[in-house]
Design a protein around this ligand. Structure first.
Ligand code: BGC
Length: 469
């Protein structure tokens, strides 16, 4: 019953070939062309990474999960063993909860709430440079520029420039009306305007993977891939600008650019359906976004627990687990979280059963020692499959970029808390990209600090362009 969860060498090679070909097709799409690939391969219009000269105050907004964060970072650059490294001299952060009705409600209300939180933050933290009255004198003349802001918006977008991002679709637990097809920066600017009092300039819109890459490069200049393994999953990497057909405006001789793959949607056109098990089909059918985000449903934290729950439920119905008696909790959608998978995997590594038993008891299940072994085995299988699938994609990128040495910056709750993922990924990437030198590096808070750095890069590019013209 579980054999479909094992990926044979043939299947791995097949997925690898398909991923590579979807990348090529995605990159060959011009602006406005129909999507022929399930990979969006979006041009982020960010052609360079931090160079150690970023300084000043930057605001960052981070929207992607149930929490929304507003940050202020003050950067200074300082020599560090011969190279310049950005250092944060002031950092302020505030978290705001986004209730269900707002995540599933009307878009305008969501953006008004973001503007309200931004205002609350700048007044609470006394960020005077972000307020209109502070930046203008009594006659209304400006004596200080608006505070630059980087907006991390961790959903698929079509970029038309550094500060234009058209929402393609919501993912994870968001589904707001009147937003898909609209420019997210415009919606944010209008909401800030409606709120009044604030003097901020949205300089850059970016995805959390881009923020992770930018932040990773700040920590280690060999960084060329940013990857998120959290509630959702995705990656971005540095591509030759000449390979990217989707480009509006002048390229200004750009040689490289960050490409946001949006690999969560890999397979939405059916190209990897051959690896779908009955469990994956059931998880998809019961999800908020049916028939989309196929790949994300195999690997990300939002779905990993539910895959396991679905398998356990099925084994139980077949009389193979818990004496055929499922508890009410086990039958409840989403009652088995990715965190449970991490805890159970932790037990398996140590050869103990403490956390596994605690979880089964909390789920109201009566179990035998064989049941424990089966539950641990299921978590091992699904974790291994997720690690292998992510590794296939990362190895493909390493082979494609063909750099002498690459650091992969990774962030996300699943990566941080799953006790085995990193080891498995290291093993599989080595096997799938033989001879390629790489390392996985945890780059925390790319969606915060990376957004501030991206705003600084955007400002630098704009200044350069103005000097040229
Ligand atoms: C979104 C991506 C994002 C990823 C990680 C996915 O659901 O589509 O844009 O990077 O989650 O947050």
């Amino acid at each position: 019953m579980l054999s479909g969860l094992h990926l044979t060498t043939d299947i791995v090679r097949r997925i690898e070939r398909i991923f590579e070909s979807e990348i090529e097709k995605g990159l060959a799409r011009g602006s406005g062309d129909p999507h022929v690939s399930s990979l969006q391969m979006e041009n982020t219009y960010i052609p360079e990474l931090p160079n150690g000269t970023e300084q000043g105050q930057y605001l960052a907004l981070d929207l992607g999960g149930t929490n929304f964060r507003v940050l202020l970072l003050e950067l200074e650059h300082a020599p560090d063993g011969g190279r310049l490294q950005d250092i944060v001299v002031r950092e302020e952060v505030k978290h705001y909860h986004i209730p269900d009705e707002m995540r599933l409600g009307c878009g305008r209300e969501l953006f008004d709430y973001l503007a309200y939180c931004l205002h609350d933050f700048v007044t609470d933290k006394k960020v005077e440079g972000a307020l209109t009255e502070f930046n203008h004198n009594h006659d209304g003349d400006r004596h200080q520029s608006p505070l630059p802001l980087g907006f991390t918006f961790s959903f698929p977008m079509e970029h038309h420039s550094l500060d234009v991002g058209i929402l393609v679709s919501w993912t994870k637990s968001f589904k707001c009306s009147n937003t898909v097809g609209h420019d997210v920066v415009k919606m944010l600017r209008e909401a800030i305007e409606r709120h009044g009092d604030m003097d901020v300039e949205v300089e850059a819109i970016l995805n959390d993977t881009t923020g992770t890459l930018v932040q990773g490069a700040n920590l280690d200049p060999r960084t060329a891939i940013g990857c998120i393994l959290g509630t959702g999953s995705n990656a971005c990497y540095i591509e030759k600008a000449s390979k990217v057909k989707h480009w509006e405006g002048d390229r200004h001789g750009e040689k490289e650019v960050i490409i946001d793959i949006e690999w969560g949607a890999f397979g939405d056109n059916g190209v990897i359906d051959f690896m779908k098990t009955e469990f994956d089909r059931e998880v998809d059918n019961k999800s908020l976004l049916v028939n989309s985000f196929t790949f994300e449903k195999y690997i990300s934290g939002k779905y990993l627990g539910e895959i396991n729950r679905t398998i356990l439920e099925k084994l139980c119905r077949e009389g193979l687990l818990f004496g055929g008696k499922a508890s009410e909790k086990l039958l409840k959608h989403d009652s088995f979280s990715a965190h449970f998978v991490s805890l159970i995997e932790g037990d398996t590594i140590q050869g103990i059963t403490t956390e596994t038993e605690k979880i089964l008891k909390d789920l109201g299940l009566k179990y035998t020692s064989d049941d424990i072994k089966i539950v641990q085995h299921v978590c091992e299988l699904t974790s291994n499959r997720a690690a292998l699938l992510v590794s296939i994609c990362l190895a493909t990128l390493l082979r494609r970029m063909n750099r002498p040495d690459t650091t992969i910056a990774v962030d996300g709750s699943l990566y941080k808390f799953h006790p085995r993922l990193k080891t498995l990924m290291n093993k599989y990437i080595h096997l799938l990209a033989p001879g390629k030198k790489f390392r996985l590096m945890l780059a925390e808070d790319g969606s915060g600090k990376g957004a501030a750095l991206a705003a600084a890069i955007a400002k630098r590019l704009r200044r350069r362009l103005m000097n040229e013209t």
